[in-house]
Design a protein around this ligand. Structure first.
Ligand SMILES: NC(=O)c1ccc[n+]([C@@H]2O[C@H](COP(=O)([O-])OP(=O)(O)OC[C@H]3O[C@@H](n4cnc5c(N)ncnc54)[C@H](OP(=O)(O)O)[C@@H]3O)[C@@H](O)[C@H]2O)c1
Length: 345
């Protein structure tokens, strides 16, 4: 076991170098998979044996948007056998070069794979892929696991869970914190809840996709945690945008503001990463604004359930809605900054 723990902690210290992490991970998987299957660790101590085991793990992946693309590629590059599906099927083609198979429908993917991951835009998409014709529900059965990593509300997650479980399948919600770059680097934070056995079986995949995973208990808790995190993030982005605008209007250099912020107690990676591109009006999407507004809306609905007044989140939601009305929904969520630039909008 020492042999297992040592390389994993080394892997964690080599942040941003997912390639090396995946090589190191090969050794870690030996222990994870062997414990699950009750096979002795020694039998799988050779890298070759572990690669064989990974190649036997058939993983389906539904949804190849900004996040899903990066995540599916990481699974492929670390040796898993992956079958992909996307609503716009042509987006699957480039994955074939990386060793993926294509499933024609969500049902076809679930039929083929023991585990299926979904990374879809919103509750409507998450429900449609499960319940519509040729959907997940048509093929889910005992011995198969469905892991929804999309950001949705707890009710949506519960509906999906009930349907999957009623067909004998296992369900885990596992939304992620972290954006395009952490997804590419395998550095996401995974907020899982639901079937704990499926969570444990999913750890070899989560280890490739993220830097840390949490198991938060019953279905809904992962969704709620994710919404709280994104409510805070959306509010911070609005305060940051107002600060940048106020600095400029006051004749201050916004770059100097970034330097000042970075040295103090409210320094954070988001300001550091987004600030320079916002000043250049560059909103190339890492996290689409329409999804951030969806998360604010769902977080406010969660607040409604608890009669919790959230004036800052409510004002932030209005700013994101205004940005959407200006046609900025497909840009990065930092484009909310644009709503402050011209009061005529
Ligand atoms: N980007 C981030 O930084 C980030 C970070 C954490 C969590 N998230 C969450 O992760 C999820 C995916 O985000 P993303 O940034 O990857 O979004 P995205 O780039 O907009 O991709 C959305 C995916 O959902 C699919 N989709 C949309 N509507 C659908 C429908 N009705 N039926 C089937 N598929 C549908 C899209 O298919 P098409 O290609 O056919 O449109 C695409 O594959 C969202 O819930 C988001 O809130 C995003």
């Amino acid at each position: 076991m020492t042999f297992f723990l040592l390389p994993i902690s080394l892997g964690r210290s080599v942040a941003h170098l997912n390639h090396y992490k995946n090589i190191i991970f090969v050794f870690g998987l030996a222990a994870c998979v062997d414990n699950k299957e009750g096979v002795s660790t020694q039998k799988c101590s050779a890298e070759r044996d572990c690669e064989k085991k990974k190649k036997k793990m058939e993983i389906g992946f539904l949804g190849l948007g900004i996040m899903g693309k990066a995540m599916a590629l990481n699974l492929l590059h670390s040796g898993f056998k992956v079958t992909v599906w996307n609503r716009t099927l042509s987006k699957c083609d480039e994955f074939v070069e990386h060793g993926a198979s294509i499933g024609e429908t969500p049902a076809a993917v679930v039929k083929k794979c023991k585990y299926t991951i979904a990374m879809l835009s919103d509750p409507a998409a998450a429900l449609s892929v499960v319940f519509d014709k040729d959907g997940v529900l048509e093929q889910i059965s005992k011995g198969k696991g469905y892991i929804d990593m999309s950001t949705v509300d707890a009710d949506t997650s519960a509906k999906i869970s009930e349907a999957i479980v009623s067909k004998g399948g296992q369900f885990l919600e596992a939304p992620v914190s972290g954006s395009k770059k952490p997804a590419e680097d395998g550095q996401l934070i995974i907020l899982a809840a639901g079937d704990e056995a499926l969570y444990k079986e999913s750890l070899p995949m989560f280890d490739v996709l993220g830097k840390k995973s949490f198991f938060l208990g019953k279905v809904g808790n992962g969704a709620r945690m994710k919404l709280v995190v994104n409510m805070i993030m959306g509010s911070m982005m609005n305060a940051f945008s107002e600060g940048l605008t106020l600095a400029s209007k006051s004749g201050l250099d916004p770059h100097t503001l970034l330097d000042v912020l970075d040295l103090g107690a409210i320094a954070n990676p988001m300001f550091k990463m987004k600030g320079p591109s916002m000043i250049k009006n560059n909103y190339s999407p890492a996290f689409p604004l329409k999804h951030q507004q969806k998360d604010m809306r769902l977080a406010l609905a969660l607040g409604d359930e608890h009669a919790l007044s959230m004036p800052i989140a409510a004002a932030s939601n209005e700013a994101f809605k205004k940005a959407r009305s200006m046609g900025l929904g497909d840009l990065d969520f930092s484009a909310v900054y644009e709503t402050l630039k011209d009061l005529e909008h």
